[in-house]
Design a protein around this ligand. Structure first.
Ligand code: DAT
Ligand code: MG
Length: 140
């Protein structure tokens, strides 16, 4: 499997509870390298655009409100099969369904406040990384 990059976001429920370091340790222990990282307060427009694929869903308004409810940490993770590897260690969207030992099983508060975002395909990873980072900000 090739070396890949994926976009990760540590969401407001996790930054609020000071879990950034514990979550980053999960990535590093899984062999993913944090090759870019910044803490930002998303605007409503940014959150709406980032999650625009979900704009017709009933939960869209709540999702956007949650994502701007506090700072997030946006980051690029790099490693072998990074997109799928990150989805594995994140766990299922709903923490009630997330496998034991995954980030969401251990830290998420609810299906909405589920602590982390991870790109779901290599194609979307490239789009999401470019949304937040200039090439010069990613140092592998
Ligand atoms: P994921 O974040 O696992 O890729 P997704 O892309 O289907 O999941 O949805 C994006 C986010 O939207 C998800 O992390 C939390 C929120 N969400 C998804 N389904 C939801 C639901 N049924 N109720 C409330 N929020 C939901
Ligand atoms: Mg998704």
């Amino acid at each position: 499997m090739a070396t890949e990059r994926t976009l990760s976001i540590i969401k407001p429920d996790a930054t609020r509870r000071n879990l950034t370091g514990k979550i980053n340790a999960r990535f590093e222990e899984a062999g993913l390298r944090i090759v870019a990282q910044k803490r930002v307060q998303l605007t409503k427009a940014q959150a709406e655009q980032f999650y625009s694929v979900h704009k017709e869903r009933s939960f869209f308004g709540e999702l956007v409100a949650f994502m701007i409810s506090g700072p997030v940490v946006v980051q690029v993770l790099e490693g072998e099969g990074a997109v799928a590897r990150n989805r594995e260690i994140m766990g299922a969207t709903n923490p009630a369904n997330a496998a034991p030992g995954t980030i969401r099983a251990d830290f998420a508060e609810s299906v909405e406040a589920n602590s982390v975002h991870g790109s779901d395909s290599a194609e979307n990873a490239a789009i999401e990384i470019a949304y937040f980072f200039a090439g010069s900000e990613i140092v592998g």
